[in-house]
Structures are given as structure tokens and as C-alpha cells.
Design a protein around this ligand. Sequence first.
Ligand SMILES: Cc1ncc(COP(=O)(O)O)c(C=O)c1O
Length: 269
Amino acid sequence: LRINPDIDALTHEKITTGRKEDKFGIAWEDIRPILSTTYPHINIQGLAIHIGSQITHLEPFENAFKKVAALIKELRTTGITIKTLDLGGGVGISYHNEKILSFKDYAKLVKTVFKDFDGRLIFEPGRALVGNAGLLITKVLYVKRTPHRNFIIVDAGMSDLLRPAMYDAYHHISQVTERKGNSYIIADVVGPICETSDIFGTARKLPQTASGDFIAIHSAGAYGAVMASAYNCRHLPAEIIVNGNKYAIARPAINVNEQENTLSSVIWD
Ligand SMILES: Cc1ncc(COP(=O)(O)O)c(C=O)c1O
């Protein structure tokens, strides 16, 4: 059973999931009555928490873990044994050279807080495993200069990587195509979609880039392709796994519009 420990993960408002005002989990006050009820068809095995994502401090984990450990101890005195405890994910990564917590310290905390727990522990890390392993490679369509701002317009958009539009997230951006010389451009890196939120970076310093060059948007391995959509009739980009000098296509590019046409012909023909 997922429970809500009412702990602020001290992360972005839209990815904090363990406060009482968040939609997730059984409210703290309801846990004891639920666990002390006998259900004819349910054999309760364990508890789960997941207080949020992109957590960069140990304190929220510590607060949540201590609260749950105390609850498990208290439940044991009333004859309820928790056999499995799922501590969720949430360990953050560095997008912008920010200080992050280490798995070593996280493990030390778990070992300390749950030293008396003799059940099975489950962890669900996501972003920390794959976030920094992914790059979104995109082609420069056009460099637009105005008296007010420069724009590097690329062929990827918020439909491919939603995090900047949705969370104002920072993603490091670098030039892939080699450019000789030291001249730079300061520009906003933007996509071709019809929204001002379709922006990957503001006032970024990049080598003088030109149409046809490739640009890399870093740390796109988590909450990237899986959050992609066909908004603006766009296709889903191919996903490619690279290992040294070998590569494999994990998923070819998908023309969602063609798929929709196939589907409608099945329905209407
Ligand atoms: C229940 C649950 N577990 C684990 C995760 C993974 O979180 P993270 O990528 O922050 O490790 C999520 C993410 O939304 C989640 O909802």
C-alpha cells in the first residue's frame, strides 16, 4: 500500500508527491485503521512511499524514512508485521553542476534508519540511473538574429523534451558539429512549435552555429522521450543506444500521423 508520509521533498512543486495535499498515497491518519482491518481478499504485505523526484538533499529522505520506521515499529506492537517496504525513487541528478546527494550517503541513511527492519526493502530509482545517460541530438534549422535577441531554431521541440516547458528545467546545451575559430553567439535555443514555452535554453553561449549543424541537449535520458507527444502533428524521434563505437536503434522514429490514418481506415472502411 502506498502511503503518504506528509513530507516535503524540497524539490520542484510539480514533482513533489509526498505532502498531505498531494494526490498520492493513503493519508497518514487513515493508515492505522486500514491496516488493522481484516480484508477477506487482501493479504497486505507491505508499505510503499515515493515522496518526489529530483531530490538533491538527504533531509527529506531522512524525515520520511524515520517517520515510516517509527510507524512500522508502532504497528509491530499492535501485531501488524510489515514484510516489504518500498522506499520509491527520487534521487536527483546534476543538470547544471548543482550539488547532489550521493548514493553512498543515501545507502548509509537507509542502513541506519532501517537497521531493525528485517523485511525486504525495495527501491525504485529512475532518473538517477538514466537521466545523465541520454542526449537529445537536434539539427539547427535556422539562426535568427533580431535587434533584441538571437534565436537558434532547432528541429526538436517541447514535444520531444517537455522538461524546460513544464518545469522551467535547465538542460545543458552544446554544439556537436565542430566549428573552427573562437567566435561565439549568445542565443535562445528554441524549437519550431507554436508556443513561447518551446524553448530549451535562454541566452546560451554557443560556437557560431549554422543551419544543418547538430546540437546536443544534455541529461535527456529521464522524463524525455517517454514524455514526448505528437503535438503540432510532430513525429516521435528515433531512440538510439550508443555503446562505445557501436549503436543500436532502440525505437525507430514514429510518424504518429500515419499511424492515426491507418487506425481511422480500420474504423471507417
Ligand atoms: C512511484 C514512483 N516510483 C519511482 C519513480 C521514479 O522516480 P525518480 O526518477 O525520481 O527516481 C516515480 C516517478 O515518478 C514514481 O512515481
